[in-house]
Design a protein around this ligand. Structure first.
Ligand code: C5P
Length: 403
């Protein structure tokens, strides 16, 4: 695939790598793209608008408050009238402004106003790339759905320091841009998925509740990974503190009953991945008023009743999704318990993991899982939860394709 007919808004920010943006413009145009350049003030210290304009054979946008430019297209239209916003080079400063939603010049305003996919090619000194603040900004931008190409390892132009920080080469950036448009080939395009995630909170009275240590990290990562493969994802999330992943529809719930209702409203679907650590029990009748402690009296016993089993309900539903995946958080007999769950819950696949306290899985960032299905057991190595999610999404796509 080339870039014929694609309109690329190229934002050049101020770094020495800006000189490579001149070549980048040529490479993008060679593949048929139309390039509309925007330069920050600092970028103009490294390359001139004249050179950029000559290579892109068009107007170069530099000012937020330019009467001429605003009459011509205006910053909101600049942000929307394109198929891709590409930032190359993306400096640490511009990334920080993006991560915080600042809009204090034309480039940052476009980045805040755009509803188009954004690809950035960072370039900075390795120490700046490693700095804690940049790490936080990168995480934020990734969670916001921004795509990255690079930075690459190598010698810096301005010093003899080496490390991660070089801007990717123009051809690597062109390839990354082409991959951004390759959406038609995504394996889960046109598939509907429902993912549950996080804990549930079961009220005791208006201020107290029963909960568990689930962070929602694994479920949210799976929702994001399925969306990346093109699925139309609804994430039904219990109360969590982590941000909602980009590109999914999120429904917030508190209790198991609300979670089941939310899941059922999204049926029919092709895929259900039930990751939530649903409370098995709720208080039989939660009090309308705060339960008071009575001096000298024993505390009132909590009468529990069983919650609906969402996975089991979905696994046996009249509108059962083609592929139903459950989790089995166990502290012992992991494989045997996983196998019996497969049968009992009507699932096609169970992702079994050891949540003993020493594993740090519950609430942590890593996971070691076993995939249990009619085909047998596949033990995966210790991986980050994002990696488990990506592998699982790929496996789901494969299983669905062969069904
Ligand atoms: O039976 P157990 O709780 O170990 O099963 C875990 C699996 O069942 C997970 O996929 C979890 O999301 C799901 N589950 C559910 N509703 C419940 C209990 C568990 O969907 N009430």
């Amino acid at each position: 695939m080339d870039l014929s007919g694609k309109r690329i808004l190229l934002i050049i920010s101020g770094g020495i790598a800006a000189y490579k943006s001149l070549d980048l413009i040529r490479r993008l145009r060679e593949r048929g793209a139309e390039v509309r350049p925007v330069m920050t003030k600092a970028a103009q210290e490294f390359v001139t608008p004249l050179a950029v304009g000559a290579l892109s054979s068009g107007h170069v946008y530099t000012e937020l408050f330019s009467r001429e430019d605003e009459q011509d297209v205006g910053h909101i239209r600049l942000a929307r009238d394109c198929d891709l916003v590409l930032v190359a080079p993306a400096t640490a400063n511009l990334m920080a402004r993006m991560a915080h939603g600042l809009a204090d010049d034309l480039a940052s305003t476009i980045l805040l106003a755009t509803d188009r996919p954004v690809l950035i090619a960072p370039a900075m000194n390795p120490k700046m790339w490693e700095a804690a603040a940049t790490r936080r900004n990168v995480e934020t931008l990734k969670a916001d759905g921004i795509s990255f190409i690079g930075p690459m390892a190598g010698e810096m132009a301005e010093s003899n320091e080496a490390g991660l920080g070089r801007m990717a080469e123009p051809l690597q950036i062109v390839d990354a841009a082409i991959r951004m448009f390759d959406g038609g080939a995504k394996p889960l395009s046109g598939r509907k998925a429902i993912v549950t995630s996080g804990p549930t909170h079961e009220p005791i009275d208006p201020v107290r509740y029963i909960a568990n240590r689930s962070s929602g990290r694994q479920g949210h990562a799976i929702a994001a990974a399925l969306a990346k493969l093109g699925a139309d994802v609804t994430l039904v999330s219990g109360p969590v503190t982590i941000p909602a992943p980009a590109g999914v529809t999120i429904l917030h719930v508190e209790t198991a009953s609300e979670m089941l209702d939310a899941v059922e409203t999204r049926l029919p679907a092709d895929i259900a991945v039930m990751v939530a650590a649903v409370a098995d029990w709720r208080v039989a009748t939660s009090a309308d008023q705060k339960i008071k402690k009575q001096p000298g009296e024993a505390p009132a016993p909590l009468l529990l009743t069983e919650n609906p089993d969402i996975l089991k309900t979905v696994g046996h539903h009249a509108k059962r999704p083609k592929l139903v995946v459950g989790f089995a958080a166990e502290t012992q007999n992991i494989e045997a318990n996983g196998r019996s769950k497969l049968e009992r819950k009507g699932a096609d696949m169970i992702v079994a993991n050891d949540v003993s306290p020493q594993t740090g899985v519950m609430g942590g960032t890593r996971n070691r899982v076993k995939i249990i299905s009619a085909d047998g057991v596949d033990a995966w190595p210790d991986l980050g939860k994002d990696e488990v999610a990506e592998r699982l999404a790929a496996l789901i796509a494969e299983r669905l394709a062969s069904k």
